[in-house]
Unconditional design. Structure first.
Lengths: 366, 303
């Protein structure tokens, strides 16, 4: 059990120009917390995890585990366990040997190793496979062995680098829940890297969003969803993505085609103070609805309907100024509009809008 | 239910109709089969006959060994072997011992040096890495004969001229570059994730090499061990140049020249000695060939 902190940690890969894979990361993880690092490929999330593991140098700043500075400690001295995306099992050892290897290196007595391995195997439903080599296991079983190898050590921190990305969709959802439950039960501080925002939202106590090596926002899933700190977080979190459009401002609010969205006084004043005539306007698909004929609304031409059963997502184009812009609207799954149909779209609630600075992307509305 | 049964029925007939085609696809025509076997038999004969004839000759007296009308058995006995082993024609057992020592040391030193070098080149980025590999490549392009004089001078300066250790080092200069290339290729196939998992589990960098990477590169180690052994075992030019002329310090390949004199070659004795020389090489190959299996690193990652 330990808390983890990145103190202005950076990793600079040499090159011309040098690449700042992780840039000035300032992040602390509480004892027992499940923190998810999420971001698109190349955002530096894996590098940040590897820095914590000691597999990547820390070029600037520091990293502490349990209050102890481990910036220059080799991996073996950090009391961490890591689950790799590829699992990285030792192919020449059996499942039991794989799981007990770290303990064996530490000189733990054989009987004790056997006991701990058996216990972890029970937890992960691997008891039957203890004598097999990894070659003879399925993908899901290998993934569990990799988890088991981490659990057996009882480390102060678990590091997981996209451990589910090699599983099929159904198994991934199942394992996702199992890992979250296991973490809850063991209460071990866990840092989990993924590119999948659904995994991030469902598993993490807190989620840190990275882009180009820079931390964008670190907050609870709810907070991240409801109050994204900038346009990038707003577009990255949520599926399908938030509708984000740059629209002109009027005295009453933001003007979309045939619809003026009233904005709060504070938001309008804020925009005015910045001297903005336009804002980046964001609204989630579920905050939009189809309007009846006599209501105000945006005229939208339906281009695609995705039916998911309970809901359907309608993709369509709306003219904003001179350009057609694509919008996504969530509608009731039983009565979706047809392809090519003209519909009117309006907001469910004027509060459910997000405003961002059109250049910096920072959040404007309160 | 009835629909299912009907579907099953169709599937079964479908499979039945497809079966003969599938069986026929794997079969060769009679002509192709005969041709293939004839080619294989010829190739095997070409490969095996010289060795077989050496074995046959080794039991014949020298006078009968070369004959215009060769016979399989012609006054055959084990006299040649007795002569060779008893030391009547030179200290065969001492040569044998020298060869085993020198080839064994070359194997150990060669595999150790090349495996550590190959691991470093495969895993670490350091200045001169490319230059090192290039040097290894270029070194293999020199003919042996060109190297004898410079190596002689170096050994003389080191005080190793005429000693077994000197010859071992000389053999390593040919074995190490080749083995390093070979092993680098093997180490490259072991995923680096395994190294990292090992380090997180508590291994030192050398521990990763010793306990994870080496066991996974066993086929490569077997090949390089065998190559190093053969390099040293059958070599003549370096051995005659760098070992002292005393009979007791010769290696087998040098010693065998005793049977080839200016006017007369003792074919029977030479063949018997050759058979004895070949035995350890066969034994070494037998020992290492069980490691020559592919796919040791399977199962490390989701394939």
């Amino acid at each position: 059990m330990a808390e983890v902190a990145y103190v202005n940690a950076s990793r600079v890969f040499p090159g011309t120009p040098p690449v700042r894979a992780v840039d000035n990361l300032e992040l602390s993880v509480a004892d027992g917390e499940f923190l998810v690092l999420v971001g698109p490929s190349g955002s530096g999330k894996s590098t940040a995890l590897r820095m914590l593991a000691g597999l990547e140098d820390v070029d600037e700043g520091a990293i502490t585990i349990g209050g102890k500075d481990v910036t220059n400690t080799p991996p073996k001295g950090r009391d961490i366990a890591m689950v790799f995306q590829s699992y990285a099992l030792y192919p020449h050892m059996t499942v039991a040997e794989n799981m007990g290897f770290a303990l064996k290196l530490r000189g733990v007595p054989k009987a004790q190793i056997r006991e701990k391995v058996a216990e972890a195997a029970r937890m992960l439903d691997l008891t039957k496979y203890l004598d097999r080599k990894p070659k003879a296991l399925s993908g899901g079983q290998r993934q569990r062995v990799a988890m088991g190898r981490a659990i057996v050590r009882e480390p102060s921190v678990f590091l997981m680098d996209e451990p589910l990305s090699n599983l099929d969709a159904k198994l991934r959802v199942e394992t996702r829940a199992n890992i979250a439950a296991l973490q809850q039960r063991l209460g071990t501080t866990t840092i989990y890297v993924t590119h999948d925002q659904v995994e991030a939202m469902t598993m993490g106590h807190r989620v840190a969003v990275l882009k180009d090596g820079v931390l964008q926002q670190c907050a609870s899933p709810r907070e991240l969803y409801d109050r994204p700190a900038n346009a990038f977080v707003a577009s990255f979190i949520g599926s399908p993505a938030m509708n984000l459009k740059t629209v002109p401002l009027t005295a009453e609010g933001a003007r979309l085609d045939g619809l003026v969205v009233p904005l709060s006084r504070a938001a309008l004043d804020g925009a005015a103070a910045e001297g903005l005539s336009e804002v980046t306007f964001g609204v989630r698909p579920e905050s939009l609805r189809l309007a009846s004929a006599d209501e105000d609304g945006m005229e939208m031409t339906v281009e695609l309907v995705e039916e998911l059963g309970a809901d359907a997502y309608v993709y369509g184009s709306v003219r904003i100024g001179e350009h057609p812009e694509r919008f996504i609207v969530r509608v009731d799954g039983r009565t979706p509009p047809a392809f090519g149909q003209q519909v009117k779209v309006t907001l469910r609630d004027a509060d459910e809008v997000h405003l961002f600075h059109p250049e910096t992307g920072l959040r404007l509305s309160a | 239910m009835s629909v299912d049964a009907a579907a099953l029925q169709t599937a079964r007939t479908g499979a039945g109709a497809a079966a003969p085609t599938a069986a026929r696809r794997g079969r060769r025509s009679r002509l192709a089969s005969v041709g293939l076997h004839a080619a294989l038999v010829t190739a095997s004969f070409v490969a095996v006959f010289p060795i077989f004839w050496v074995l046959v000759t080794s039991f014949k007296p020298d006078a009968r060994a070369v004959s215009p009308t060769p016979r399989l058995v012609d006054e055959s006995s084990v006299d040649n072997y007795v002569d060779v082993l008893s030391g009547a024609r030179g200290d065969f057992l001492a040569w044998f011992g020298n060869s085993v020592t020198i080839a064994g040391l070359t194997t150990l030193l060669g595999v150790f040096v090349s495996s550590t070098t190959a691991y470093a080149v495969s895993r670490f980025r350091f200045p001169g890495r490319r230059g090192l590999m290039l040097t290894f490549l270029v070194m293999q392009m020199f003919p042996f004969a060109v190297l004898i004089v410079p190596l002689y001078n170096i050994l003389l300066a080191l005080g190793l001229q005429g000693r077994s250790l000197g010859l071992v080092l000389v053999y390593c200069t040919t074995a190490v570059p080749f083995c390093t290339y070979m092993l680098k290729g093997y180490f490259d196939t072991v995923p680096t994730d395994i190294d990292e998992a090992g380090r997180v589990d508590g291994l030192s960098p050398f521990g990763v090499f010793w306990r994870l990477v080496l066991p996974l590169a066993r086929p490569g180690l077997a090949v390089t061990a065998f190559y190093s052994f053969i390099t040293a075992w059958g070599e003549v030019a370096f051995a005659s140049a760098f070992l002292s002329a005393a009979d007791g310090s010769k290696t087998l390949s040098v010693g065998l020249q005793v049977f080839i004199q200016q006017n007369r070659t003792e074919w029977g004795h030479l063949a018997a000695a050759s058979v004895l020389v070949a035995l350890p090489a066969v034994a070494v190959f037998y020992l290492v060939q069980r490691f020559l299996v592919g796919g040791l690193a399977d199962g490390a990652a989701k394939g």
